[in-house]
Design a protein around this ligand. Sequence first.
Ligand code: KG4
Ligand code: ZN
Length: 360
Amino acid sequence: MTTVLGIETSCDETAAAVVRRAGPGSPGEILSNTVYSQIADHAAYGGVVPEIAARAHVEGLDAIIARALAEANTTLDDIDAVAVTAGPGLIGGLLVGVMTAKAICAARNKPLVAVNHLEGHALTPRLTDGLQFPYLLLLVSGGHSQILLVRGLGDYARWGTTIDDALGEAFDKTAKLLGLPYPGGPAVEREAATGDPKRFALPRPMKGEDRLDFSFSGLKTAVRREATALAPLTDRDVSDLCASFQAAVTDTLRDRVTRAFDKYRADVSDGPADFVIAGGVAANGAIRAMLADACAQNGFTLHAPPLDLCSDNAVMIAWAGLEHFEQGAVSGMDIAPRSRWPLDQDAEALIGAGRRGAKA
Ligand code: KG4
Ligand code: ZN
C-alpha cells in the first residue's frame, strides 16, 4: 500500500489531501480532500492578487495539512511520500508549498515528489475513472486553456493553447466589465440562463483555423464594445450579453475540439477513444452539454471528473505524485519551484498564454 500526502498552493486554493492504493493498476482511494478557497480574500479586487494569495497560504497551510491528515485518520508516520505542486503558478504560493513539503520531508525523513500542477489535472481521471492511456484532455480554467494528448505518465503532447487569455479569465473579465461578482464564470452562466444568445453577433475567435489554439481576448473586447455602446446597461442587456458571450465561447470550443478529434483519428487511433474535461470552467453546464454532444457524434467517451476534483485541489497532486513515486521518482531536496513549467517540453511558448502565463 502506498499512501501519499499532497499539497497544492499554486494559485488561490490552499489545499492538502491524502490518497492511497495497493499498487500500480489497482484503484486509488481518496482518504481526504481539504481545500481552503481564498475567493473571499480576492473578491474585492476582481481577481487573484499574488501577494494576498501567498500570505494566505502561509497563514493557512499548516492547519489545512493537519486537517487533511486527521480526516484521513492517518499521521505523518503512515505517509510514504509527500507530493507538492512545484509549478506552474504564482511563485509566492509555490514557495510556501514547496518549503512546507521540504520541511516535513526533512523532519520525518520522507521522500519528496515535485508535481507539475497541469499533470495533476491531466491524471485525475485515472483516479476517478481508472482511465487508461492514451486520451485527449481539454483543460480550461482561470489560468490555462489547453488541448493535450496524454500518451502516458510524464508523456504529453500539447496540441493547442491560448495565444492570449485563458477561458476562465475571459469569463472573469467579462463578468467584471458587466458589473458581475468574482469569480465571473458562475455569474455569467447564471445570467446567460435567462438571456438571448442571438441578440449580439460576437466573434468566434480562431474558428475554422487549422491550428488547435484558442484566443479569447478579442471576444471580451467585443463584449466591452457592445456594453459601452449600450450604457447604462439594463438587466436584460446584461443577461443577453452573457448569453451571447457564452454561445460564442461554446461555438468556438466545439470547433477546436472537433478538430482535435480529427487529429486524434488521423494521428493516434480510429478505435474507441476517451476525452476528458478538467479545470474550473468544466463546471459550465452549456459547455458540458456541447462536449457531451460533440463526443457522442465523434465516438469519444466523455469523462468529467466531479467538480471538486476538476477545480484546483490537492487530491490530484497527491495522485500524480503517487503514480510517479510508484515508478521510482523522488525529487532532490534542492528542487526549486518554477512559475513556468510546460507539460510538453517541446511545445513552443506562445505569447500571452493566460493570466498566469506559466499555467497555460
Ligand atoms: O480550476 P480553477 O478552480 O482555478 C484555476 O484557475 O486554476 O478555475 C477557476 C476558473 C475561474 O476563472 C472561474 O470563473 C471559472 O473557472 N469557472 C467557470 C464556471 N465556474 C468556474 N467558468 C464558466 N462557467 C462556470 N460555471
Ligand atoms: Zn488548475
